[in-house]
Design a protein around this ligand. Structure first.
Ligand code: HEM
Length: 512
């Protein structure tokens, strides 16, 4: 029975493979790649293997793109064509004109529904309007107190790791960022629930891993063979339960007149009152009511799950910054020096205006996100024919992959030293090509949380660098011949889980 089914499916796929639309065949002819094409599978067999191998395949496609007329490659994922764009101007046009994320939305909708990040455009307009009115610079400035408190908790938690050799900083950072998110989104403190947070973050990571595998290897969607649906359903259940629980705590606290918001303590409440702090959930509900009708619990959950994923992106960015600082001691010294000069010796509460004055620190964060963008690619769907500046036409119905990784390392935009870590390039008045920095994307569907992410990363840097010096992990010095190992699972991470070492600054010799 199974064999018969597989035979019929193979015949159908073979026919589909032979009769691809002419416009797509022409597109592949104009763009193409150097990989082997397999009947039925197209290039998708190149995307099997570990998350690290997937990232390496992607890097190879980027290198191929640099040598091609349109600075792009095209791949067949079974019978679907994807054009991978590695030039800033070509990408900018696609990001401005093609707003749909149809292909990827199909794979993630069971979890994110119409949550803003992947939402179909008909839902996205309203969601974007609501979020945009919330994530203003003014609002984000008020979140600094929460970022500061959470970062101090990381500082306490890593204390036992001081001088004890290699450890991964990622889990500490990611727990803390989720803590900030739960506080800013719902006013709920989850710090005492480390195990629940851990299970939630693992489910989110596993969801991304399975989704990425399925995106590039569509046969993994045959559930009765691969049994991934059950795993994915379990991940979704864990993630939704966690968020639903936060929503219900928030709701009951509102009903009880904000008497007890989660496990908020008195001192924190006092701070919140001072800043007249409203949670993101309060603001989005208010805005949705003003626009048309109040967010349902389901809408609020979808948006919250999307934002939790976005916050995980920020944790990855923060961890890359620490990884690079551990490798570049001179840069770490300069950041520390700037922190002392701008913020002084005493540990006054941090103010966003001071953090925004940390120009070199900001340059270090941007340079890190340039070389190691946590979201290295974005998929968009072309609903109409789209002519790019190079003359290439992306026909209606094809998918474009914006190769943020490739654009941010393209020598045409960044010069011959494009793959070197040099924060000074963001200190100069004139960045070589401003739209080539796309870590937060570009155009009307760009990242809403850019200021939130930048301030939260800066706060964590300030708090941890004041107290600690970060050193490379044993026997690990990266260079051209020994690059940082990367993995790709919707987001890009360090495959060795951001391993480094930590010392007390007070005891370290270079304390200037
Ligand atoms: C270093 C951290 C971050 C990076 C690198 C990043 C990057 C991105 C990228 C590449 C996109 C896709 C945009 C597109 O499709 O064109 C995006 C979308 C988005 N991000 Fe971020 N993000 C970060 C942190 C955050 C944070 C902390 C939040 C909120 C708390 C956030 C909220 C969003 C939202 C809501 C969208 C969807 C925007 C839309 O579709 O209109 N992001 N982000």
């Amino acid at each position: 029975m199974i064999l018969q089914f597989l035979f019929i499916v193979s015949v159908i796929l073979f026919i589909v493979d032979r009769w691809k639309p002419r416009k797509f065949l022409k597109l592949h002819n104009d763009v193409g790649n150097y990989f082997t094409y397999w009947p039925i599978f197209g290039n998708s067999l190149n995307f099997t293997g570990t998350s690290e191998e997937l990232m390496n395949t992607f890097i190879q496609l980027t290198i191929q793109a640099y040598d091609r007329v349109h600075k792009a490659t095209s791949i067949w994922i079974m019978s679907k064509i994807f054009v991978i764009i590695s030039d800033a101007d070509q990408a900018a046009l696609v990001l401005e004109s093609a707003l749909e994320k149809k292909y990827v939305h199909n794979y993630v909708k069971d979890l994110f529904g119409n949550g803003s990040i992947f939402a179909p455009v008909r839902h996205w307009h309203r969601r974007r309007k609501i979020l945009e009115s919330t994530f203003t610079q003014k609002y984000v400035n008020n979140c600094v107190k929460i970022f500061e408190r959470q970062s101090k908790k990381i500082a306490e938690l890593i204390e036992p790791r001081v001088g004890k050799g290699d450890f991964s900083c990622f889990d500490y950072i990611s727990h803390s960022a989720l803590g900030s998110f739960c506080k800013t989104m719902f006013g709920v403190d989850v710090d005492s629930q480390r195990e629940t947070v851990h299970i939630f973050l693992n489910a989110l990571t596993d969801f991304c891993k399975i989704t990425t595998a399925r995106l590039f290897q569509p046969w993994l969607n045959i559930d009765f063979i691969y049994k991934l649906r059950e795993k994915q359903d379990n991940n979704i259940r864990i993630i939704n339960n966690f968020i639903d629980n936060l929503i219900s705590i928030k709701k009951s606290s509102v009903e009880e007149g904000n008497e007890k918001i989660g496990e908020t303590n008195k001192e924190e409440e006092c701070d919140r009152d001072k800043a007249n702090f409203k949670t993101i959930s309060e603001l989005v509900i208010k805005k949705s009511t003003e626009i048309d009708k109040e967010y349902t619990d389901e809408e609020l959950r979808e948006e919250s799950v999307a934002l939790a994923l976005a916050v995980e992106t920020s944790s990855i960015g923060t961890s890359f910054v620490f990884l690079l600082l551990s490798q570049h001691q001179n840069v770490q010294d300069s950041v520390y020096k700037e922190i002392r000069e701008v913020l002084g010796e005493t540990e006054k509460p941090l103010q966003s205006k001071d953090l925004l004055n940390l120009k070199y620190t900001t340059a270090v964060i941007k340079e890190t996100l340039r070389l190691y963008p946590p979201v290295p690619l974005i998929m968009r769907y072309c609903e109409n024919d789209l002519e790019l500046p190079s003359g290439l036409v992306l026909p209606e119905g094809c998918n474009a992959i914006i190769n943020i990784w490739g654009i941010q390392r393209n020598r045409d935009h960044w010069g011959e030293d494009a793959s070197e870590f040099n924060p000074d390039r963001f200190m100069s008045e004139r960045v070589l090509k401003p739209n080539a920095f796309m870590a937060f994307s570009y155009g009307s569907r760009n990242c809403i949380g850019q200021q939130y992410a930048m301030l939260s990363i800066t706060t964590t840097l300030v708090i941890l660098l004041r107290r600690y010096r970060f050193k490379p992990a044993t026997n690990f010095k990266y260079n051209k011949n020994n690059p940082i190992r990367l993995s790709l699972d919707l987001m890009m991470k360090h495959d060795d889980n951001f391993i480094l070492q930590v010392e007390n600054r007070i005891n370290s010799n270079c304390n200037s």
